[in-house]
Structure formats: C-alpha cells, structure tokens
Design a protein around this ligand. Structure first.
Ligand SMILES: *[C@@H]1O[C@H](CO)[C@@H](O)[C@H](O)[C@H]1NC(C)=O
Ligand SMILES: *[C@@H]1O[C@H](CO)[C@@H](O)[C@H](O)[C@H]1NC(C)=O
Ligand SMILES: *[C@@H]1O[C@H](CO)[C@@H](O)[C@H](O)[C@H]1NC(C)=O
Ligand SMILES: *[C@@H]1O[C@H](CO)[C@@H](O)[C@H](O)[C@H]1NC(C)=O
Ligand SMILES: *[C@@H]1O[C@H](CO)[C@@H](O)[C@H](O)[C@H]1NC(C)=O
Ligand SMILES: *[C@@H]1O[C@H](CO)[C@@H](O)[C@H](O)[C@H]1NC(C)=O
Ligand SMILES: *[C@@H]1O[C@H](CO)[C@@H](O)[C@H](O)[C@H]1NC(C)=O
Length: 210
C-alpha cells in the first residue's frame, strides 16, 4: 500500500513536471549520438493463396481493365503479413514479419509495379521489438530490386537506408525473396522519468550507446 502510494506520487510528480515543462519550454535539444550502420540478411516468405495466405485483397478499382485476367490489376490494394526467416527453407528459423500494404500502381501502359508500405518487425534476438519502415516502389518484373528504407522503431530509430530484394522462387502458393538491408540509424536509452531528491529528471536522451 505504502509502496503503491510512493510509486503513484513519483508518477504524479513526473507527470506534473512534464506538464510544467510543456508550459514553460516547448522544445529541448539533445545529442542523438553517433550514427550506427547495420546490415541485415533474411528471407521473406509470402503465401499469395491457400488456407494460410499472407496476402488479402482489401479493395480494387472497378474501372481498370483486367488485361489477361491478371490477379493484380491496376488500383488493387492488399494487406500483407509475410514471414521473415533466416533461410530459404519454409521451416528455417522465424525471425519476424513484414506487415503492411501493397498497392498495384502500374496501369496498362507502364511496366508492372507495386508500391510497398511495409513494416519489417523483428521478434527474436538483438532487434526483438524493433522494426524498419519501407516505403518504396517495387518493380515486380525485375529479379533484383532496390527498396528504400525511410525510418524505424526501437533500435532502428531514425533509420535511413536501402534494401536489395531478389526473388528466388514464385508460384501460386509460395513466393520466397532474399533481402539484404543496409540502414544507418541512431539509438539510445528509452526516454525515462526518474526521481531523485535533488530534482526530477525526465526525457533522458542519453548520448551513450550500448
Ligand atoms: C496453416 O497453419 C496451420 C497452423 O500453423 C497448420 O496447422 C496448417 O497445416 C496450415 N495449412 C496450410 C494449408 O499450410
Ligand atoms: C464503379 O463503382 C461505382 C460506385 O459503386 C459505380 O458508381 C460505377 O458505376 C462503377 N463502375 C463500373 C464500370 O462498374
Ligand atoms: C497479355 O498476354 C499476352 C500473351 O501472353 C502478352 O503478350 C501481353 O503482354 C499481356 N499483356 C499484359 C498487359 O500483361
Ligand atoms: C478471363 O476469364 C474469363 C472468365 O474466367 C474468361 O471467359 C476469359 O476468356 C478470360 N480472358 C482472357 C484474356 O484470358
Ligand atoms: C521478444 O520480446 C517480447 C516482448 O518484450 C517478449 O515477450 C519475447 O519473449 C521476446 N522474444 C525473444 C525470442 O526474445
Ligand atoms: C545478399 O548478400 C549476400 C552476401 O554478400 C550475397 O551473396 C547475396 O547475393 C545478396 N542478395 C541480395 C538479394 O542482394
Ligand atoms: C511453390 O514453391 C514452393 C517453394 O519453392 C514449393 O515448396 C512448392 O512445392 C511450390 N508449389 C507448387 C504448386 O509448385
């Protein structure tokens, strides 16, 4: 009971400090630290159809012509929840997922192309809980493609970079692609609110990195 009261008081103190601070200073500066570079190598496993499909059509245009009965006419939007694995094998270690949207952006007179809005999230190891954001054109007729990395979360905060994607195999039930991602990012401690007798410090953007 007493501990709960103390803890609650600290929380209230921290919150009120933040409120006061917001009123008096609406900005602060901090050193984001030295940039880091990380290379990632993994495989994306997609199931376009079947009971466990990782692709679901959300909407499609009713005015685009379905040339050759393509399953992906211009103006179609899909939700994606693909698996990220360490290898080509469907039973290799699962390390995360690629979740997001794809939009078919090529019309009849342009080469097939898709716009990806993906969050590559990792669920194991050093980058568990961190993710990188990809917003990029994905020219689906090229076997080797480059995607742009525009941001990230967790250990990939402020990420910028690129990914090389190569399709290894594709059929109606399985698409397997290899990715090499290079990102420059900065990460530090999480923002903290802590109490000591002298002062209440908050928003600790420590420039020290692990
Ligand atoms: C779908 O996933 C479930 C659970 O992982 C599995 O038992 C089932 O065999 C899978 N079905 C297909 C068609 O792959
Ligand atoms: C497409 O959908 C809109 C809205 O329902 C409708 O007004 C229009 O007639 C449809 N066009 C065609 C070609 O079916
Ligand atoms: C439709 O199929 C024909 C024959 O396979 C091919 O020549 C043509 O390029 C296809 N059109 C589109 C838009 O994919
Ligand atoms: C598209 O599919 C419809 C119905 O399945 C079929 O009648 C038509 O011939 C197909 N068109 C082409 C170009 O394959
Ligand atoms: C990843 O992080 C989540 C949330 O913190 C945790 O529940 C899970 O056990 C972690 N997984 C691994 C493999 O470390
Ligand atoms: C990824 O990097 C490895 C090692 O350099 C290379 O063998 C592989 O071809 C690359 N794959 C892609 C898709 O860039
Ligand atoms: C599709 O490709 C996967 C991976 O290469 C393979 O395991 C599967 O047998 C293929 N399915 C068909 C119907 O060819």
């Amino acid at each position: 009971m007493r501990r709960t009261f103390v803890f609650t008081s600290i929380l209230i103190l921290c919150l009120s400090t933040i409120t006061i601070s917001v009123q008096s200073h609406y900005h602060s500066q901090h050193d984001p630290g030295e940039p880091k570079s990380t290379d990632l190598h993994f495989f994306l496993h997609e199931a376009p159809s079947g009971n466990n499909a990782t692709v679901a059509m959300i909407a499609r245009s009713n005015i685009t012509v379905d040339v050759n009965n393509s399953s992906m006419p211009f103006g179609t939007v899909y939700a994606i929840d693909d698996q990220l694995r360490v290898g080509l094998e469907p039973d290799s270690e699962l390390i995360g997922n690629a979740q997001g949207l794809t939009v078919i952006i090529a019309g009849r007179n342009t080469p097939p192309s898709v716009l990806l809005y993906f969050d590559f999230g990792f669920t194991t190891g050093k980058f568990n809980g961190s993710s990188i954001s990809v917003i990029s054109r994905n020219p689906t007729t090229d076997m080797d493609r480059e995607l742009s990395v525009v941001g990230g979360r967790g250990k990939f905060r402020m990420a910028k970079g690129f990914a090389h994607l190569k399709v290894h195999s594709a059929n109606a039930t399985a698409i397997i692609a290899e990715l090499n991602v290079t990102v420059i990012h900065r990460y530090g401690k999480h923002n903290k609110c802590y109490y000591n007798k002298e002062k209440i410090a908050f928003l600790d953007f420590s420039p020290k990195f692990k």
